[in-house]
Ligand binder design. Structure first.
Ligand code: PNS
Length: 157
Protein backbone atom coordinates (compact mmCIF):
# COMPACT_ATOMS: atom_id res chain seq x y z
CA UNK A 1 0.00 0.00 0.00
CA UNK A 2 1.41 3.38 -1.06
CA UNK A 3 0.90 5.95 1.68
CA UNK A 4 1.88 9.61 1.26
CA UNK A 5 1.85 12.63 3.55
CA UNK A 6 1.16 16.16 2.37
CA UNK A 7 2.49 18.53 5.05
CA UNK A 8 2.01 22.24 5.53
CA UNK A 9 0.89 25.05 7.79
CA UNK A 10 -2.45 25.41 5.95
CA UNK A 11 -3.18 28.74 7.66
CA UNK A 12 -5.69 28.56 6.00
CA UNK A 13 -6.06 25.90 3.30
CA UNK A 14 -6.28 27.46 -0.19
CA UNK A 15 -7.71 26.27 -3.51
CA UNK A 16 -4.10 25.61 -4.57
CA UNK A 17 -3.58 23.21 -1.64
CA UNK A 18 -6.89 21.51 -2.43
CA UNK A 19 -5.89 20.99 -6.04
CA UNK A 20 -2.67 19.27 -4.90
CA UNK A 21 -4.67 17.12 -2.43
CA UNK A 22 -7.12 16.02 -5.13
CA UNK A 23 -4.39 15.20 -7.63
CA UNK A 24 -2.16 13.42 -5.08
CA UNK A 25 -5.14 11.37 -3.85
CA UNK A 26 -5.28 9.75 -7.30
CA UNK A 27 -1.60 8.79 -7.16
CA UNK A 28 -1.49 7.07 -3.76
CA UNK A 29 -3.64 4.53 -1.93
CA UNK A 30 -3.78 6.78 1.09
CA UNK A 31 -2.94 10.45 1.56
CA UNK A 32 -2.57 12.05 4.97
CA UNK A 33 -2.66 15.83 5.13
CA UNK A 34 -0.35 16.89 7.97
CA UNK A 35 -1.13 20.19 9.67
CA UNK A 36 1.98 21.52 11.39
CA UNK A 37 1.41 22.79 14.90
CA UNK A 38 4.47 25.03 15.00
CA UNK A 39 5.07 26.59 18.39
CA UNK A 40 7.44 29.15 16.85
CA UNK A 41 4.86 30.56 14.45
CA UNK A 42 1.90 32.73 15.33
CA UNK A 43 -0.82 31.39 13.03
CA UNK A 44 -4.16 33.08 12.38
CA UNK A 45 -6.02 29.80 13.00
CA UNK A 46 -5.30 27.19 15.67
CA UNK A 47 -4.15 23.79 14.44
CA UNK A 48 -7.60 22.39 15.32
CA UNK A 49 -9.35 25.11 13.30
CA UNK A 50 -7.03 24.48 10.35
CA UNK A 51 -7.69 20.73 10.52
CA UNK A 52 -11.43 21.29 10.76
CA UNK A 53 -11.42 23.48 7.61
CA UNK A 54 -9.46 20.78 5.76
CA UNK A 55 -11.76 17.99 7.02
CA UNK A 56 -14.77 19.80 5.50
CA UNK A 57 -13.06 19.92 2.10
CA UNK A 58 -11.92 16.28 1.94
CA UNK A 59 -15.26 14.65 2.76
CA UNK A 60 -15.63 13.45 -0.85
CA UNK A 61 -12.11 11.97 -0.94
CA UNK A 62 -12.31 8.60 0.88
CA UNK A 63 -8.57 7.86 0.82
CA UNK A 64 -7.60 11.25 2.29
CA UNK A 65 -7.43 12.06 5.99
CA UNK A 66 -6.02 14.92 8.02
CA UNK A 67 -3.95 14.98 11.19
CA UNK A 68 -2.15 17.56 13.27
CA UNK A 69 1.57 17.03 13.88
CA UNK A 70 4.41 18.71 15.68
CA UNK A 71 8.09 17.86 15.56
CA UNK A 72 9.83 16.44 12.53
CA UNK A 73 7.99 15.66 9.31
CA UNK A 74 9.97 12.42 8.82
CA UNK A 75 8.73 11.22 12.23
CA UNK A 76 5.14 12.04 11.28
CA UNK A 77 5.62 10.13 8.01
CA UNK A 78 7.01 7.12 9.89
CA UNK A 79 4.12 7.10 12.40
CA UNK A 80 1.71 6.92 9.48
CA UNK A 81 3.59 4.28 7.53
CA UNK A 82 4.14 6.72 4.67
CA UNK A 83 7.03 6.42 2.25
CA UNK A 84 6.35 9.55 0.21
CA UNK A 85 6.20 13.26 1.07
CA UNK A 86 4.08 15.24 -1.37
CA UNK A 87 4.78 18.93 -1.97
CA UNK A 88 3.35 21.44 -4.39
CA UNK A 89 5.60 23.76 -6.40
CA UNK A 90 4.35 27.11 -7.66
CA UNK A 91 7.29 29.19 -8.73
CA UNK A 92 11.08 29.06 -8.95
CA UNK A 93 11.07 30.92 -5.65
CA UNK A 94 9.43 27.88 -4.03
CA UNK A 95 12.00 25.59 -5.54
CA UNK A 96 15.05 26.68 -3.57
CA UNK A 97 13.36 26.31 -0.18
CA UNK A 98 11.63 23.07 -1.14
CA UNK A 99 14.83 21.59 -2.55
CA UNK A 100 16.62 22.34 0.72
CA UNK A 101 13.80 20.75 2.76
CA UNK A 102 13.73 17.68 0.50
CA UNK A 103 17.50 17.20 0.91
CA UNK A 104 17.29 17.71 4.66
CA UNK A 105 14.44 15.23 4.99
CA UNK A 106 16.41 12.76 2.88
CA UNK A 107 19.41 13.22 5.18
CA UNK A 108 17.23 12.71 8.24
CA UNK A 109 15.70 9.56 6.79
CA UNK A 110 16.79 8.23 3.37
CA UNK A 111 13.75 5.93 3.17
CA UNK A 112 11.44 8.78 2.14
CA UNK A 113 11.08 10.35 -1.27
CA UNK A 114 9.73 13.86 -1.75
CA UNK A 115 7.46 14.05 -4.79
CA UNK A 116 6.63 17.44 -6.28
CA UNK A 117 3.43 18.26 -8.09
CA UNK A 118 3.48 21.40 -10.21
CA UNK A 119 0.74 23.85 -9.43
CA UNK A 120 -2.07 24.32 -11.89
CA UNK A 121 -1.36 27.75 -13.43
CA UNK A 122 -4.68 29.09 -12.19
CA UNK A 123 -3.49 28.64 -8.59
CA UNK A 124 0.15 29.63 -9.02
CA UNK A 125 -0.22 33.04 -7.37
CA UNK A 126 -2.18 31.87 -4.33
CA UNK A 127 -0.57 31.52 -0.92
CA UNK A 128 -2.03 31.47 2.57
CA UNK A 129 -0.16 34.65 3.50
CA UNK A 130 -1.47 36.50 0.41
CA UNK A 131 -4.98 35.32 1.26
CA UNK A 132 -4.66 36.77 4.77
CA UNK A 133 -3.32 40.04 3.33
CA UNK A 134 -6.25 40.32 0.91
CA UNK A 135 -8.70 39.48 3.70
CA UNK A 136 -7.22 42.14 5.98
CA UNK A 137 -8.05 44.81 3.41
CA UNK A 138 -11.45 43.37 2.58
CA UNK A 139 -10.45 42.16 -0.87
CA UNK A 140 -12.28 39.50 -2.89
CA UNK A 141 -11.48 36.00 -1.63
CA UNK A 142 -13.69 34.10 -4.08
CA UNK A 143 -11.58 31.70 -6.12
CA UNK A 144 -8.65 31.84 -3.69
CA UNK A 145 -9.98 29.67 -0.87
CA UNK A 146 -13.01 27.38 -0.42
CA UNK A 147 -16.33 29.12 0.43
CA UNK A 148 -16.40 27.68 3.93
CA UNK A 149 -12.94 29.14 4.60
CA UNK A 150 -14.01 32.63 3.42
CA UNK A 151 -16.55 32.92 6.22
CA UNK A 152 -14.03 31.62 8.78
CA UNK A 153 -11.42 34.23 7.74
CA UNK A 154 -13.95 37.05 7.76
CA UNK A 155 -14.99 36.02 11.24
CA UNK A 156 -11.36 36.06 12.46
CA UNK A 157 -10.15 39.29 10.89
O1 PNS B 1 3.06 25.34 4.49
P1 PNS B 1 4.50 25.52 4.91
O2 PNS B 1 4.60 26.42 6.13
O3 PNS B 1 5.38 25.96 3.79
O4 PNS B 1 5.00 24.06 5.35
C1 PNS B 1 6.28 23.85 5.88
C2 PNS B 1 6.41 22.43 6.45
C3 PNS B 1 5.33 22.14 7.47
C4 PNS B 1 6.32 21.42 5.35
C5 PNS B 1 7.82 22.35 7.11
O5 PNS B 1 8.01 23.46 7.94
C6 PNS B 1 8.03 21.08 7.94
O6 PNS B 1 8.09 19.99 7.41
N1 PNS B 1 8.11 21.25 9.27
C7 PNS B 1 8.23 20.17 10.22
C8 PNS B 1 9.57 20.22 10.94
C9 PNS B 1 10.64 19.51 10.12
O7 PNS B 1 10.54 18.35 9.81
N2 PNS B 1 11.70 20.26 9.77
C10 PNS B 1 12.77 19.72 8.98
C11 PNS B 1 12.46 19.71 7.48
S1 PNS B 1 12.18 21.32 6.87
Amino acid sequence: MRIAVYPGSFDPITNGHLDIIRRASRLYDKLIVGVLNNINKKPLFTAEERKSMIDSEIIDLPNVSCDIFSGLLVDFAKQNGATVIVKGLRTVADFEYEFQMALLNKALNPEYETMFLMTDTKYSYISSSMVKEVAKYNGELNGLVPKNVISKIKHKI
